[in-house]
Design a protein around this ligand. Structure first.
Ligand SMILES: *Cc1c(COP(=O)(O)O)cnc(C)c1O
Length: 422
């Protein structure tokens, strides 16, 4: 792209942006009477305007129908999870039977590890990226301990080479090969929350399968950020949350993916609950768990209607626009923000972007490694109406999100950065 660092060029990009109208469908918080420059959609997405109505609809349904609400209306609660399946499936490149929305993310990560981490004396290792999101680290450590192993011997973390900030695919693959048939499960983030690096999920899956391991991904920073092909990539399992790029509100529900070759295997061990039981006989309330086919067989409880209702509003928007169109804008917009920041670095390198510069190796997010003045810079941005986030020890993460950010937002952020301590 032949980007230019002027405000009029940013305006030109906005005017020719086909997704421009969607910005108006979100609520922006205010700072000193003006909309903030929101770059935190990777942490909590903005509220879509249809959410209030969707929640009110369910509140009224409850008020008017009480228990009969499970069977009445256009979206009876009894089947509510099914109303989220087609959109969820398209979002991650899966068949409808391979996905379901339930619980929250870390809970689901544990439930999936129950099925896909089945260590033996010989094959007991988990391979993950170093510096994974802490919840994932705690989950993996406790899984390993639960099976009687020590995290030290059973968890293999792949770190960047000295002097590098992100992982090389060849290093991920060679580590998997090196540990060979001692690997039970490869469990990676799709996009690392700290560096913003997007991993090659297809290649990692292939390498894991070659050594006989299961391969799964935590897609918290990936779902709604990048197009995915979980089915075609042969991924065994995955889970994601809905409140980051997916704009479904705080504590929003999680989605899971289980490849059909596992989903249709009733003998695969799992922790069971009544909502995962065969639908035809669920209410006979009999002994003996018979799982539903597909990912639905991992459900424990009846759906959390209010949070699923908010999620549906957002999922419908993603489905209407499609990940390909969102990705096209994201590549352009993240590239533009990167260009503007590098433009500020021309005279003296002040802002070190550690996120890979290749579009294939990142989503929306750019992580800026700051020097000593990092916290001061972050506070300065906040005072000037920027919502970004600070990650210890010294990274500022900014994510221009294609649904609601504009090229002008990126320009204004870079303008503020340029004026810092000048
Ligand atoms: C955001 C995030 C979580 C948060 O988990 P919850 O169970 O939803 O609180 C976990 N893992 C990763 C990788 C995340 O980015």
């Amino acid at each position: 792209m032949n980007y230019q660092p002027t405000l009029s060029y940013a305006h030109h990009l906005d005017k020719t942006d086909p997704l421009r109208p969607y910005r108006r469908q979100f609520y922006f918080p205010k700072h000193k009477g003006k909309s903030v420059l929101y770059f935190c959609g990777n942490s909590l997405g903005l509220q879509p305007k249809g959410v209030k109505e969707a929640l009110e609809h369910e509140v009224m349904h409850w008020r008017e129908h009480a228990v009969e609400g499970h069977f009445r209306g256009e979206m009876p609660w009894m089947y509510y999870h099914k109303f989220l399946l087609p959109q969820s499936a398209r979002l991650v490149g899966a068949k409808e039977s391979e996905v379901v929305v339930m619980n929250t993310l870390t809970t689901n990560l544990h439930l999936l590890m129950v099925s896909f981490y089945r260590p033996t004396k010989e094959r007991f290792k988990i391979i993950m990226e170093a510096g994974a999101f802490p919840s994932d680290q705690y989950a993996m450590e406790s899984q390993v301990r639960f099976h009687g192993f020590s995290p030290k011997e059973a968890i293999v973390e792949i770190a960047p080479r000295p002097g590098e900030e992100t992982l090389r695919t060849e290093d991920i693959i060679s580590t998997i090969e090196k540990h060979g048939n001692s690997v039970a499960t490869v469990m990676f983030g799709g996009v690392n929350y700290y560096t913003g690096q997007f991993f090659d999920l297809g290649k990692i899956t292939e390498a894991g399968h070659k050594v006989g391991a299961n391969v799964g991904f935590d897609l918290a920073h990936t779902a709604g950020n990048l197009p995915l092909k979980l089915h075609d990539w042969n991924v065994d399992f995955a889970c994601w949350c809905s409140y980051k790029y997916l704009n479904s509100g705080p504590g929003g529900p999680s989605g899971i993916f289980v490849h059909e070759r596992h989903g249709d295997n009733p003998d695969l061990p799992r922790f069971a609950g009544w909502w995962g039981h065969d639908e035809g006989s669920r209410f006979l309330m009999k002994k003996g768990f018979i799982p539903m086919q597909g990912a639905a067989g991992w459900q424990l409880s009846n759906a959390q209607i209010f949070s699923c209702a908010a999620h549906k509003v957002s999922l419908d928007m993603f489905d209407k626009v499609g990940m390909d169109a969102l990705r096209e804008k994201a590549v352009k917009m993240t590239g533009y923000l990167e260009f503007l920041i590098e433009n500020l670095n021309k005279e003296k390198k002040r802002f070190n972007i550690i996120t890979p510069s290749k579009p294939q190796a990142r989503g929306c997010q750019l992580s800026i490694l700051t020097g000593k003045e990092g916290k001061q810079l972050f506070d300065y941005l906040t005072e000037n109406g920027v919502v970004a986030d600070w990650r210890e020890p010294n990274v500022i993460r900014v994510a221009p999100v294609p649904f609601y950010n504009s090229f002008e937002d990126c320009w204004r952020l870079a303008d503020l950065l340029g004026k810092f301590n000048q």
